[in-house]
Design a protein around this ligand. Structure first.
Ligand code: DLZ
Length: 182
């Protein structure tokens, strides 16, 4: 996948959202770049003091994301770097992280920022890590995607609540009584 076509989106206020970051530890230099990108985005969107939970590898991201989602977080940003080696392990860890995080999003209806790089080598990963010479900043991108999705989910739920309030029998009776009084 190329980074071409990625949208430019303006920051929105997300200071009312509960957000957490879960980050793997493999490939330290790349992870440092992803984390810095995530922190930059969180600050731009009005979020301070967001907890960062470290897990050993990308395989462990999903279970921690699921626990955070079950605790009621609006968005969980997952960061990891998986680099292809000489064995099929790459495929298993990549699939576990991707499928696992997607499952958390759907099962908990929570915004998940997918900031897991799956690369052939370290150079490719460095190029996407938001470091001074990188072309892309996937930590920033994944965080902004999660925040915009969380905002949208919250807005949809609010308007749904409002619509069902307007349709409740109590509301309709009150409306009728008020109309009669006029
Ligand atoms: C084992 C492993 C390997 C080979 N490569 C990576 C990697 O490139 N990136 C990553 O985040 N984690 C890797 N891991 C560790 C697994 O994700 C996991 O932590 C271990 O298999 C222990 O469950």
């Amino acid at each position: 996948m190329s980074g071409e076509g990625s949208p430019t989106i303006d920051p929105i206020d997300c200071s009312d959202l509960r957000v957490a970051v879960v980050a793997a530890t493999w490939h330290t230099a790349v992870m440092d770049g992803l984390l810095a990108g995530a922190e930059k985005a969180l600050a731009e969107y009005g979020l301070e003091g967001v907890a960062i939970h470290r897990v050993p590898g990308s395989f462990e991201l999903s279970v921690v994301a699921a626990t955070l989602a079950a605790q009621g977080y609006d968005a969980v940003v997952a960061l990891g770097v998986i680099i292809r080696g000489g064995t099929p392990h790459f495929e298993y860890v990549s699939a576990a992280a991707t499928d696992g995080l997607n499952r958390v999003a759907l099962d908990h209806q929570v915004a998940i920022g997918f900031g897991v790089l799956t690369c052939d080598n370290e150079t490719q990963a460095m190029d996407r890590a938001g470091l001074p010479h990188s072309r892309e900043d996937k930590g920033y991108e994944a965080t902004t995607a999660a925040l915009h999705t969380a905002r949208l989910l919250k807005d949809i739920r609010r308007s749904e609540e409002h619509t069902s309030e307007l349709q409740s029998p109590m509301y309709l009776v009150c409306r009728l009584l008020l109309e009669k009084k006029k």
